[in-house]
Design a protein around this ligand. Structure first.
Ligand code: GUN
Length: 281
């Protein structure tokens, strides 16, 4: 029987631990503040930003919401970031992606002070991760590591295959699994024999961006499968990159969608906000 990894429960545990830490800070007169910037009215981004604010409220982190119109210029956004970088009462800055087309994401990410980059997207933090130094780590892949660890799944020495090479998930995921002493392979759209490579994995992390693409033909008997995808299927129901019903008889453990990786991203964002109180060196 497959073990269904409960991301909702694990994320709640993490949020409760963080709430306690925040209370300890509060008792010492330390208030944590996260600035969340959204440009334009993308409905999905609106939902994500709303969930981030709710999590802040639950944990006791002050959130400052900046809802800017679609026609905001790059310069206007850059000056807001500069102002927030300079504010001593702001610990974390998050710019919700995607941004409107006329704003260069790369430029905006690089403008955020690395010490306030709670998303872990700044090249300095990405570089720190790649050479094993301290820094903020991208929330979704660090959430996957927490799911594995808190479910008692060992990473050390395991064949880990990551499908997807995005800057936000695939690449940092590979680095984190390597840091945990996994043997890591990264697959992508040009990988030949994906079934064969994925089929070697003891731990298969799927961040491919295609609904229900990975079925049991890609999975080794007894593998652990982590599904980072989130889509709406033909019946408007949420589904992942993995065909859950098809995969489940073959795996030893698997994350569902919804209720797997999704809730972990916000829990790890909250973790980074709490960490932001200490200077990242
Ligand atoms: N858009 C989708 N996921 C994320 C995320 O983790 N952080 C930000 N800033 N934007 C996103």
């Amino acid at each position: 029987m497959a073990f269904i990894i409960d991301g909702k429960k694990i994320s709640q545990e993490i949020k409760d631990e963080l709430k306690e830490k925040v209370n300890e800070y509060k008792a010492k007169g330390i208030q944590i503040t996260l600035a969340v910037i959204q440009v334009g009215g993308d409905p999905a981004s609106g939902v994500y930003v709303g969930n981030k604010k709710k999590a802040c409220e639950y944990i006791g982190i002050r959130s400052l919401a900046y809802e800017l119109p679609e026609e905001t210029t790059e310069d206007e956004l850059l000056s807001l970031i500069e102002e927030l970088n300079d504010r001593e009462d702001v610990n974390g800055i998050l710019v919700q992606l995607p941004l409107p087309e006329h704003i260069k994401e790369e430029l905006i990410i690089q403008a955020i002070s690395p010490a306030k980059d709670v998303d872990g997207f700044h090249p300095q933090n990405v570089g720190a991760l790649s050479i094993g130094q301290k820094g903020f780590v991208s929330c979704t892949p660090s959430g996957v590591i927490q799911l594995l660890k808190r479910s008692g799944i060992e990473i050390e020495g395991k064949e880990c295959v990551v499908i997807g090479r995005s800057n936000i998930v695939g690449k940092p995921m590979a680095l984190l699994l390597l840091r945990e002493n996994g043997t890591v392979t990264v697959c992508h759209s040009r990988t030949k024999n994906l079934k064969e490579v994925a089929g070697r994995a003891d731990i298969l992390v799927v961040a491919l961006g295609r609904p229900k693409f990975i079925n049991q033909d890609y999975i080794k008997e007894g593998a652990v499968v982590i599904d980072v995808g989130i889509h709406r299927d033909e019946n408007n129901k949420l589904c992942g990159d993995v065909d859950f019903q098809d995969a489940v008889p073959k795996v030893s453990a698997i994350t569902p969608v919804p209720g797997g990786v999704g809730p972990m991203t916000i829990a790890m964002l909250m973790h980074n906000c709490v960490e932001s109180v200490r200077p990242v060196d």
